[in-house]
Design a protein around this ligand. Structure first.
Ligand SMILES: *Cc1c(COP(=O)(O)O)cnc(C)c1O
Length: 422
């Protein structure tokens, strides 16, 4: 069946029935079957296996085994789960570890990179980057007397890849970008930009927060130096779950963690008075790993490994192309604009729609018609497609409800000043 022929609920259900990954939806807790959840790019759903895993960690590992559990798997957890995430993002064993938040990891790796390029003054980034990333780069620059150069995106949608490559020179210490940008969903060509950085002697640091579990990432194929990323979005690790960081194996010995805490020490239980870094990725840890939150990350990552990242990505493209076709057919004429790239090769797993009344439409979606997207200023309604549990019929139904909100002017009842976090 062609996509164009599938604009009915029955046809959408057929697409679901025929899709090889549809069954993965049952592996998640679905409490309200009527709710159309399109915010898995902000907080992923709860995997059923996570409930059992956390119960085990709390009841047995903490409740019964107590401090002995540190020697029965807790110390290795951050690296063990890191190795699983490595398989999702094209890294090797021993290169990824979980720690802290994405922001803190970005800070650590940015300072480590700047220390490795002492004679260069500039950090390059773009104005599509996540604000927290910009703040972190600014503070790292302020601390080390460097500067941040922000390359603007001409249309606010597509990353200024050529302008970035042209701006890289022998004063560039670091190029730091979000691989998939949070507003439009644009995806950078990691290999091209990393190669441009390397030609000039700079390092490249990628934020994979919106890429891990949604697009194909090949850190080794792209020769990426450094990366950070979030586990509570498409990896379904739970609210505030610890983030991951990647340092390419051959760089690990050359870079220092600026937050040199005891867990990154060569032998924490020696209680030596002077810091000496652990070998390998372990040195990028600072304090005690948050075991309960770490445990919650593993089942979601295992689900993605079970499905296979190539399959997950292929399904994400099928779903988002379907949503785009629905947009063209049913929404474009209602005052919506596409604020995401058309080309699926340059698009992550969410689609942003702009509308003059975007904010109030978003409120009406949540309050009146049980659709949960999120909103990013000035006018973006972000529709996040989580490939493991979003379905074709949900997308069909979400667009029907979105049309209703606009055609029946349901949004007029809402006050734009009311928006809280979604
Ligand atoms: C979600 C996200 C973050 C989150 O950072 P935290 O430190 O976990 O709050 C960082 N960067 C990007 C690009 C993100 O999308």
């Amino acid at each position: 069946m062609s996509v164009a022929a599938s604009f009915s609920l029955a046809a959408a259900r057929q697409l679901d029935a025929a899709d090889p990954l549809t069954a993965f939806r049952e592996r998640f807790v679905i409490d309200d079957p009527d709710l159309i959840y399109l915010d898995g790019n902000s907080l992923g759903r709860l995997p059923r296996a996570t409930v059992a895993r956390l119960d085990e960690v709390i009841q047995r590992e903490w409740g019964q085994r107590l401090v002995r559990s540190w020697g029965e798997g807790w110390f290795e957890a951050a690296g063990r789960i890191g190795d699983k995430i490595a398989r999702l993002v094209g890294a090797a064993e021993g290169e990824v570890i979980l720690a802290d938040s994405t922001s803190v990891n970005l800070y650590k790796l940015t300072l480590a990179a700047l220390a490795a390029r002492p004679d260069r003054q500039t950090i390059l980034t773009d104005d599509l980057n996540f604000p927290s990333d910009l703040y972190i780069l600014q503070s790292a620059a302020a601390l080390t007397g460097r500067r941040v150069r922000v390359i603007p995106a001409a249309d606010g949608i597509h990353g200024p890849a050529e302008a970035i490559c042209a701006a890289i020179n022998d004063d560039t210490a670091l190029v730091s970008l979000s691989h998939t940008v949070f507003k439009s969903g644009y995806v950078y060509d990691m290999a091209t930009i990393t190669a441009a950085a390397h030609r000039a002697g700079a390092l490249a640091l990628w934020d994979l927060s919106h890429s891990a579990g949604s697009v194909l990432v090949d850190l080794h194929g792209a020769a990426a130096d450094l990366a950070v990323g979030c586990t509570y979005k498409y990896l379904n690790g739970g609210p505030g779950a610890p983030a991951f960081l990647y340092v390419r194996g051959d760089l690990q010995g050359a870079l220092d963690n600026p937050i040199s805490g005891w867990i990154g020490q060569r032998d924490p239980f020696d209680f030596a008075l002077d810091y000496a870094p652990a070998a390998g990725r372990q040195r990028f840890l600072s304090g005690t790993p948050p075991i309960l939150s770490l445990a919650a990350v593993e089942p979601g990552v295992e689900l993605l490994l079970e499905a296979g990242m190539a399959e997950v990505r292929a399904r994400s493209v099928r779903l988002s192309e379907y949503l785009l076709a629905l947009y063209d057919e049913r929404l474009a004429s209602l005052g919506f604009r596409l604020n995401s790239p058309r080309d699926p090769a340059r698009r992550g797993s969410h689609i942003s729609l702009g509308h003059e009344e975007g904010l109030r439409i978003n409120l009406a979606l949540i309050r009146d018609v049980n659709v949960l997207p999120d909103f990013r200023r000035p006018d973006n309604i972000r529709l996040g497609i989580a490939p493991l549990y979003t379905t074709f019929s949900e997308l069909y139904e979400a667009v029907e409800r979105l049309r209703r909100v606009v055609v029946e002017r349901l949004y007029e009842r809402h006050d734009a000043a009311d928006l809280r976090v979604t």
